[in-house]
Each structure stands twice: as C-alpha cells, then as structure tokens.
Design a protein around this ligand. Structure first.
Ligand SMILES: *Cc1c(COP(=O)(O)O)cnc(C)c1O
Length: 389
C-alpha cells in the first residue's frame, strides 16, 4: 500500500511505531544480565503488527532469536531474516520435519513422538539438528508431561543425533506477581533442568521477565512487552506505546429531535447532539462488546482529552460516536479519532471489551492497513498529511 492509497482510502489504520518496538527491546535488554538473551516472540504476525516489518527492526537492534507459533509463520519469517534463529512453538507436527530442515528452522519438541520424528530427520540429513525441548510445568497445553520427561531423564539417548540447545517451559500466572504458581513452576523447572542433559534454559515470557532475575535463566521470550502491552498489570506500564488504532470521520449528522442510533435502537439521542460515523466495525476486529461502552478521542486538536462515546451497537463495518461535546470545527469529515492508543491504552480498551490487550491487538483485521513510522526518526502521521509507509 502506498501513501497515496492510504490517504485516499477509508482512513482506518493501525499506526505502528517501529521506534517504539526498538525502544521496548532495548528496555528489556537493560533489565536482564549481559548473559541473558532477549528473544522476540513474533507469532501471529507479530501480534497483528506485521512481522515482516517488526522482526527486521528487532534483528537490526541485535535480536538473534525469534519465536513463532507455526511452521508456516517460520517459513515466512525465514524469507525476511535469513540469518537469525527461528523456533516454532507449536512444534513439528507429523510431516513438517522436512520443511523445518530445509529452511533451517528449529522445532520446539513438545512430546517424545516429536523427538523421534526430528531424530529421524537428523538421520536422513546425516547431521545433528538443533532442537528446543519443552517441558510442561503447569500449563497442560504443550510440552512434555511428567511421564514423558522422566523417560527422557532415564533414557537421554533419545536425544542422540540432535543438538538440544534450549530447554523451555511456560508460566501460567506471570502477570500476577504474587501468585504461588510462579515460584512453584520455577522450582519445578530448575529441578527438571538438573536431571536433563545440560542446555540453555528459558522460562519467562514478558510478564515473567518482570518477576526478576531468578526467572531469567539464559533467555527470556518477549512478545507483548515489545508491542507496548503492559507486562505488569499490577503497576504502571513500563513499556512505550507501539500501536494506535485510528479511524476517520466519514459522516456527521446533527440530531435535533429524539432519534435512535444503530441496530436494535439501543441508543437514543434525547437532546440536540452530533453523531459521527467511523468506518471500522467488528469485521475489523473492533469488538462488538464495545457498543455503548467504549469511547474514542480526537487524534489531534485542542480537545483531544474529551471522550467521544461509542453510541449504539458496533456494526460489521461502522461505529457511531457521540461528538456533541466538541466544538463543530474540531470534528469534521476527515477528522481522525484514536480508538486505542494515546489517551486510552490498548489494555484499557481491551478491559472494557472484557478481554486483554493481546487479543484486541491481534484481532485487528486485514482490512485495516498498518501504517509504519519510526518515532526515533520522524513524528507520527499527522491528522491531515500523507502517511509515511
Ligand atoms: C506467546 C508466548 C510467549 C510470549 O508471551 P508474551 O506474554 O507475549 O511475552 C512466550 N512463550 C511462549 C511459549 C508463548 O506461547
């Protein structure tokens, strides 16, 4: 998409600050010891922000290890970054092993069957293949269950032909600082690591990193924090904002007699008021749950602290905001409104929708162009000017 296309279009956009990503990466690196690697989790297209743009910025900042979920994501990332280590968390589903090998990708081995299949691939290749071993310490999702892990402990030859470079597990409650699961999982992880062949270890996601050095081991795996989601919900957000969802007013109407707004006539304008229509809806990942609940704010202008309530239900392609509180010249056709980011964070708006920043961000749909800028080089795209891409 060119800048011209973007300005001609409906205007709805997810503005992504690559400078913010860079700053967040440095922030995390500064919080861990020199011996600890900060790996980047760029699954689900870097949480919806565009892995092809985000990952190279991280690599340029010194990040050498990248996690995705699927083999498809791993292959796509390899095309962008030929040199880095790429791990697929969902592992080697049967039949995917040749693709892992062909693209130099590392599967996260989640069970003994996966170990055997990767070993068979190594035999075919006649060369040791790098592997990540995942043990479950409390998620009961992926990762070796206790019975499988114990088999591996007593039969380490099961790893013959492989280079197990990393042992991982995943925290269930990292964003609850005082939750006893954190220490319980950490203790279990340490005990398991002792009984397995020596390799680097990694337990923490973004919230885990903020639990302190005992959770860092040799590598932390950060996703959310890089994208500006608060990894410490119990405290102010230590990260820089990265993503801002904006829509442009495409219709305005003055309502001077009692009038209903939207499907189900769930909102009624009773006084003289002004309704603005923005072309974003639940098809774009703007949650339907936010109807009559959330609010936007002017993206620019002197009144950008005045809440503009979402009135009526969220439609598939449109929302309606009550802009009555603004002077008429502050809200005109083409005026940009922030729907999250800026005054109200992605975490705030997600909470209104009964979800978390992760889900709100990752569900912003394909129809919404990602507009990239770099706050370390230039300011954010303005209200009216052409957008840098
Ligand atoms: C998604 C994921 C991460 C990253 O989690 P954040 O909370 O986004 O930092 C780390 N490890 C595993 C296993 C994951 O699935």
């Amino acid at each position: 998409m060119t800048a011209t296309d973007e300005t001609k279009g409906t205007g709805t956009r997810l503005v992504v600050d690559l400078g913010g990503v860079r700053r967040n990466y440095r922030n995390l690196v500064e919080r861990v010891a020199d011996t600890v690697t900060v790996a980047a989790v760029v699954k689900a297209d870097a949480y919806g922000l565009g892995a092809h743009r985000v990952a190279p910025v991280l690599a340029a900042e010194g990040c050498t290890d990248f996690f995705v979920a699927t083999i498809e994501e791993a292959v796509a990332l390899r095309a962008v970054l030929p040199e880095v280590r790429i791990y697929a968390l969902n592992g080697n589903i049967p039949g995917s092993e040749p693709d892992f090998a062909a693209h130099g990708l590392v599967p996260v081995l989640n069970d003994l069957g996966a170990v055997e299949r990767w070993q068979a691939q190594a035999r075919l290749a006649e060369t040791p293949l790098r592997a990540v071993i995942h043990i479950d310490t409390g998620m009961s999702r992926l990762g070796m269950a206790a019975s499988e892990r114990e088999r591996l402990e007593v039969e380490p030859q099961r790893l013959d032909g492989l280079t197990p470079s990393l042992l991982i597990s995943h925290l269930a409650c990292g964003e609850e600082r005082a939750h006893p699961m954190n220490e319980a999982q950490r203790t279990r992880f340490v005990e398991c690591a002792r009984r397995l062949p020596p390799m680097a270890a990694s337990l923490a996601n973004s919230p885990g990193l903020f639990l302190g050095a005992p959770y860092h081991f040799d590598m932390v795996r950060a996703g959310a924090a890089l994208y500006g989601i608060n990894p410490t919900p119990y405290a102010p957000n230590p990260m820089t904002e990265v993503a801002r969802l904006q829509g442009k007013i495409v219709a305005l109407r003055d309502v001077d007699s009692p009038m209903t707004v939207g499907y189900g006539a769930t909102h009624r304008v009773t006084h003289k008021g002004r309704i603005a229509t923005i072309p974003i809806g639940y098809a774009d990942g703007y949650p339907r749950a936010l109807g009559n609940l959330s609010s936007g704010v002017l993206a620019d202008g002197s009144k950008s602290d005045i809440p503009l309530p979402v009135v009526g239900r969220v439609s598939m392609d449109l929302i309606t905001l009550d802009v009555s509180a603004l002077p008429p010249d502050e809200a005109t056709i083409g005026t940009y409104v922030d729907l999250f980011g800026g005054r109200r964070t992605v975490d705030d708006v997600a909470a209104e929708a009964g979800t978390i920043g992760y889900e709100l961000l990752v569900r912003i749909g394909k129809r919404v162009p990602r507009v990239y800028h770099d706050s370390e080089v230039e300011p954010a795209p303005s209200k009216s000017g052409a957008d840098p891409v």
